[in-house]
Design a protein around this ligand. Structure first.
Ligand code: SF4
Length: 463
């Protein structure tokens, strides 16, 4: 049996109605839902954009079964314009949704893609490594703890007050890991005095120094304690932990936590650097004889054919599941090693990017002017042109095209940012330590051709 068979998704899928948590459970398409207002899309709250509605489907641990993936593909065709996006939080979203919102929502709920409670849709924001449980360098299989945390996030009556953007990351020490995304709370597996533990920090990312650690067995209690502390102290205008910490010292958080949990000192510990590029291509899952195969959705965009094709491959060669990644890519786990090259080639035939040699795999872009009223340019079309200009220049730095300063496509500052100022024209920024936002401005009002020439000519030692 592949080593992933006891994973988080099979267990969540087995959840019966009798085990659903209270507070308006979402266990049937027929139950009317009362969803709080917010500008953030959810599965239960379809938000309008220029190109139609957006429905965000949050995936437990980034994982989705092949049957569920087919439901998403069908829904994108039947109720929307056929655009499916892989998000930088390892979720899926359907764009261009027409008038029949309830038809789409019902189909997704019937496939088991909904939250366990209505309020839980907004707060089920827990990110894992895409290779949780199968990564060859993992210290801990985070999936059982993640399942416990996800259940509590959705069922704890007070957690419904958290912002839809409030997010937690749980890291098992995997080689494939996103260290740069900001989270309100992060936990990272480590070993202290020979015992498994979780280092943790708040209002930051996995590259930061931790505040302290707790024994691994206290991980769930730590999440509950930190989130309850946030709700105890936050005022209505505080949506994120960093806003609260401007007024309330982090030492108070630590002192209060110490009354509830056995905090461990963890001086000098820092999360080991991950290996870059492990989300594209074929990589062994330890010495199990299995590999995972990863390929990126160009500019985060899938379509029903790509998603169905990937699902077919996961069914035929894998364990019937797919995983989304924060690099807007797909990963097929538990493929027999001898089948890996064939599966990767098939993903590339579907139009997915399976190699870091492709410049488009290093370019991200927001929705742009076809779908967003704030956009100054068609960022995705410009990104395709830029990638063609950069192909063959040996440049593999991440380049981000943003239609406006809101920077929706990038969950953390990219090395290079092109900020649209007019159709086809961009200001160029290079990230710089200590500078907020996009970094240091370098050139103004560049055409895509000029940006391509400038970036292509830059030495690789520069961003
Ligand atoms: S970054 Fe700006 S232009 Fe792009 S999708 Fe977000 S709001 Fe729209």
């Amino acid at each position: 049996m592949p080593p992933d068979k006891a994973g988080i998704i099979p267990r969540l899928r087995q959840r019966s109605a009798s085990t659903l948590q209270p507070v308006m459970p979402v266990n049937s398409p027929q139950i009317p839902v009362a969803v709080r207002p917010s500008g953030c899309p959810g599965l239960l709250r379809i938000v309008q954009a220029l190109d139609g509605g957006i429905c965000r489907i949050k995936l437990a641990g980034g994982a989705i079964s092949t049957a569920q993936a087919r439901v998403v593909a069908d829904g994108a065709e039947r109720f929307a314009a056929g655009v499916i996006e892989a998000t930088n939080r390892a979720n899926l979203q359907i764009r261009g949704i027409g008038a029949d919102h309830s038809g789409l929502i019902d189909s997704l709920l019937a496939a088991g893609l909904g939250p366990t409670t209505v309020a839980g849709d907004d707060v089920r924001n827990l990110m894992l490594s895409p290779t949780a449980g199968i990564d060859r360098q993992r210290l801990v299989d985070t999936r059982p703890l993640a399942q416990q945390i996800l259940a509590t996030l959705q069922s704890h009556p007070r957690f419904a007050q958290l912002s839809a953007k409030f997010a937690v990351q749980l890291d098992g020490g995997e080689a494939l890991a996103m260290l740069d995304h900001h989270h309100d709370l992060w936990l990272s597996a480590c070993t202290l005095a020979g015992q498994p533990a979780l280092a943790f920090g708040v209002a930051g990312c996995l590259r930061d120094r931790p505040l302290a650690a707790v024994p691994l067995a206290q991980g769930h209690d730590l999440v509950v304690a930190v989130l309850e502390w946030f709700l105890d102290h936050a005022r209505p205008e505080h949506n994120r932990m960093r806003q609260l910490l401007v007024e309330t010292p982090v030492d108070k958080l630590l002192a209060d936590l110490a009354t509830r949990l056995p905090l461990l000192a963890i001086a000098d510990w820092q999360r080991a650097a991950p290996t870059a590029g492990l989300h594209l291509g074929t990589y062994p899952q330890g010495d199990s004889g299995y590999v995972y195969v990863g390929a990126a959705a160009p500019l985060g965009r899938l379509d029903p054919a790509k998603l169905r094709g990937a699902a077919h491959l996961a069914q035929a060669f894998g364990d019937g599941s797919l995983r989304l990644t924060p690099w807007q890519s797909l990963l097929l786990p538990n493929i027999r090693a001898e089948d890996g090259p064939q599966v990767l080639a098939a993903l590339e035939q579907l139009g997915l990017l399976g190699s870091a040699d492709q410049a488009l795999a290093h370019v991200i872009a927001c929705t742009g002017s076809p779908g967003c009223a704030k956009a100054q340019a068609d960022t995705k079309a410009d990104a395709v042109r830029l990638a063609a200009l950069l192909q063959g220049t040996e440049r593999c730095t991440e380049v981000h095209l943003s239609g406006c300063p809101r920077s929706c496509a990038a969950a953390h500052p990219a090395a290079v940012t092109l900020l649209a100022v007019a159709p086809g024209h961009y200001d160029l920024y290079f990230s710089a330590a200590g500078l907020p936002g996009f970094g240091a401005p370098h050139a103004r009002n560049l055409t895509i051709e000029a940006a391509g020439a400038l970036l292509g000519a830059r030495p690789r030692s520069h961003p």
